[in-house]
Design a protein around this ligand. Structure first.
Ligand SMILES: *[C@@H]1O[C@H](CO)[C@@H](O)[C@H](O)[C@H]1NC(C)=O
Ligand SMILES: *[C@@H]1O[C@H](CO)[C@@H](O)[C@H](O)[C@H]1NC(C)=O
Length: 313
């Protein structure tokens, strides 16, 4: 098997007025290494979590014994994904990236599960967003077979934590830079022998309000380092990423890097909002911060036979 290049910008969008200049080329090897980067992160996250927290810790956080066994199975899947992608890259003559050093903010079983839930959702969006750029059919099918499993992990954890398993009929595809933006805060450093992937992080955007986000409610998001504070905020817009394109949301600047976003109709579940310059598109060319991850929608309560959430908070 041989890797082929594909130009992402323009080609995917099929825009008549897209720039004729190919600004970025990403190969199937890059995409598999990008997937491997995420799988390493997930595999380490679960290995640490299962080491840090006992079955009793998870039970106290609302997961019964069967759910703990499922967590172990999820951890095993991520290890297998790492092995699979490593082998596929080696077989194709590419150098697989190695594990990095990570820093996860989870401090107990409960915050670990919450972060695991978010990471699974990001994994789904990452594979979905990458799918259209994979040239080789075999790799596409392989990536698809990982995507469906990540989606099941996500549904399981969501249900266990009292969230709707599939709150939106469509999952949102994130592009390479968007995924890297949300993953990079967990990556402290990587071996210098790892191939440099053609991805970059946008300035971070974090949801800083704590109330549940619902359609029509206002949430606060705050920009992080790298954001150009001298930027004219009147030119900025908020776009929620969806498979059919951006859903624009009312945005107001509150000073000090803080913005208020009104949750628009048409987005639910684990959602992603970016700040853009102008509101004709939301692409790598005009995203100035984000995505911020916002869970939208009501808690539905746990499914007893799945999560057995015995505590509430
Ligand atoms: C596990 O515990 C170590 C040591 O306290 C901590 O650095 C790490 O972030 C924890 N990992 C997770 C996933 O909770
Ligand atoms: C839920 O977990 C509790 C505590 O571990 C247990 O007593 C109860 O039987 C479980 N319920 C179900 C339906 O599994």
């Amino acid at each position: 098997m041989k890797f082929t290049s594909v130009a992402i910008t323009g080609a995917v969008l099929g825009l008549a007025n897209a720039s004729p200049i190919v600004k970025r080329a990403i190969t199937d090897a890059d995409i598999l290494n990008y997937a491997l980067t995420l799988e390493h992160l997930e595999a380490t996250f679960y290995a640490e979590g299962l080491k840090n927290y006992t079955m009793q810790d998870f039970a106290d956080a609302g997961l019964n014994g069967a759910a703990y066994a499922n967590l172990q199975m999820i951890a095993g899947d991520e290890v297998t994904h790492v092995e699979f992608l490593t082998k596929a890259l080696t077989a194709a003559g590419a150098k697989p990236v190695e594990q990095c050093t990570y820093a996860f903010p989870s401090t107990d079983a409960k915050s670990f599960l919450a972060l695991g839930n978010v990471l699974e959702g990001v994994g789904v969006s990452a594979y979905l967003g990458a799918a259209a750029s994979i040239m080789d059919d075999t790799y596409l099918t392989a990536a698809g077979s990982i995507l469906t499993v990540e989606a099941r992990h996500s549904a399981y954890l969501r249900a266990a934590l009292g969230e709707a398993a599939s709150p939106d009929p469509f999952d949102s595809p994130l592009d390479f830079n968007e995924v890297y933006t949300v993953a990079s805060p967990f990556i402290v450093s990587c071996p210098s022998s790892n191939v440099m992937l053609p991805v970059k992080a946008f300035p971070s955007l974090t949801m800083t309000s704590t109330a549940a986000a619902m359609t029509g409610s206002k949430v606060q998001v705050t920009v992080g380092s790298g954001f150009d504070m001298s930027m004219n905020t009147k030119d900025l817009y908020a776009a929620f990423v969806t498979v059919t394109g951006p859903v624009w949301a009312p945005l107001s600047f509150m000073g000090n890097g803080k913005f208020s976003v009104t949750i628009p109709a048409g987005v639910a579940g684990q959602s992603y909002v970016v700040l853009t310059k102008g509101n004709s598109q939301a692409t790598d060319d005009n995203i100035v911060a984000g995505p911020a991850i916002i869970e939208i929608g009501p808690m539905v309560g746990s499914m007893n036979d799945c999560g057995n959430k015995t505590t509430s908070s």
